[in-house]
Design a binder for this molecule. Structure first.
Ligand code: SAH
Ligand code: DHB
Ligand code: MG
Length: 226
C-alpha cells in the first residue's frame, strides 16, 4: 500500500535525523554491522538509536553485570558493554556457532574481549548453568532470542535478578500482531504468552512501549523487579 510505504519512509527519515543528532558515526559499530552482513547473518539487530537507548538505560541503572539472551553479530552487546563502568561484565547467550564467532571478532575489534563473555549453546541449557555457577544476580537483562521461548527466558531472567534489576524484552509488538488474538504465527503467540506471563508476575513492575523506525513497527517490554 503506497500509504504504508510513505509511513515507513517517514519513520526511517526520523531515525536518520535522530541518529545524526544523538548517535555519532562510529567505525567499530559500522564494522560490526559490515562484518555481520558480509557473513550473511540476518539483519535483525537493534537499530542505532535502539542501541543507544539500551546504553542510556544501562547507565541510568548503573548496571555492572548484564545478561543478554540472543547475541547475533554482537551489535547490541557492544552498545550495552560500552555503557558499563570499569570492571563491568556482560554475558551473552547464543545458540548458533557462526553468529557467536562473528560476534567474538566484533567484540575483539571493539576492545571488549575481556568485558563480554559469549556462551555458546541453547539459552535454556545455558541459563541453569549460570544459576549453578552463581554468576548472578544481574543488574540488567536484555531478552532478544527465539521468540517462542520468550516466556521461559523471562522466568529465568527473574530467577537471575535482584530487586531493582531492569529486564528489557525486544520485538514484542511485531507490526501490531501482538494484539491479534487469532494469530497462528509461533513468534506472535510466543510474545503474547510472554506478555501475559509478565503481566501476572508478582515480582515485576512492567509496561510496554511501541516503537517505529528504520526497522519497522515493533516494541519493547520494560520491567523492574521489585
Ligand atoms: N541482540 C541482537 C539480535 C539477536 S537476534 C542485536 O540486537 O544485535 C536473535 C539471536 O538469537 C540469533 O543470533 C539467534 O541465533 C539466537 N538464538 C535463537 N535461538 C536461540 C536459543 N535457543 N538460544 C540462544 N540463542 C538463540
Ligand atoms: C526477529 C528477531 C529479532 O530479534 C528482531 O529484532 C527482529 C525480528 C525475528 O525473528 O523475526
Ligand atoms: Mg530483536
Amino acid at each position: 500500500m503506497p500509504e504504508e510505504r510513505w509511513t515507513e519512509d517517514r519513520w526511517t527519515n526520523v531515525d536518520h535525523y535522530f541518529n545524526h543528532l544523538f548517535v555519532h558515526s562510529d567505525p567499530v559499530l559500522d564494522a560490526a554491522l559490515d562484518s555481520s552482513r558480509a557473513a550473511g547473518l540476518p539483519q535483525i539487530q537493534v537499530t542505532p538509536s535502539q542501541g543507544k537507548f539500551l546504553a542510556v538505560l544501562v547507565q541510568a541503572t548503573r548496571a555492572c553485570k548484564i545478561l543478554e539472551i540472543g547475541t547475533l553479530g554482537g551489535y547490541s552487546s557492544i552498545w550495552m558493554a560500552r555503557a558499563l563502568p570499569e570492571g563491568g561484565k556482560l554475558i551473552t547467550l547464543e545458540a548458533d556457532p557462526k553468529h557467536a564467532e562473528v560476534a567474538r571478532q566484533n567484540h575483539l575489534r571493539a576492545g571488549l574481549g575481556d568485558v563480554i563473555d559469549i556462551r555458546l549453546g541453547k539459552a535454556l541449557e545455558t541459563l541453569p548453568k549460570l544459576e549453578k555457577e552463581g554468576v548472578g544476580p544481574f543488574d540488567f537483562i536484555f531478552i532478544d532470542a527465539d521468540k517462542p521461548a520468550t516466556a521461559e527466558y523471562f522466568n529465568w531472567a527473574v530467577r537471575l535478578s535482584r530487586p531493582g534489576t531492569l529486564i528489557i524484552t525486544d520485538n514484542i509488538v511485531r507490526q501490531g500482531e501482538v494484539a491479534n488474538p487469532k494469530s497462528t504465527e509461533p513468534n506472535v503467540q510466543g510474545v503474547q504468552r510472554f506478555c501475559e506471563a509478565l503481566a501476572k508476575e508478582p515480582r515485576a513492575f512492567s509496561t510496554a512501549v511501541q516503537t517505529v523506525g528504520s526497522k519497522g513497527y515493533d516494541g519493547f517490554a520494560i520491567c523492574v523487579i521489585t
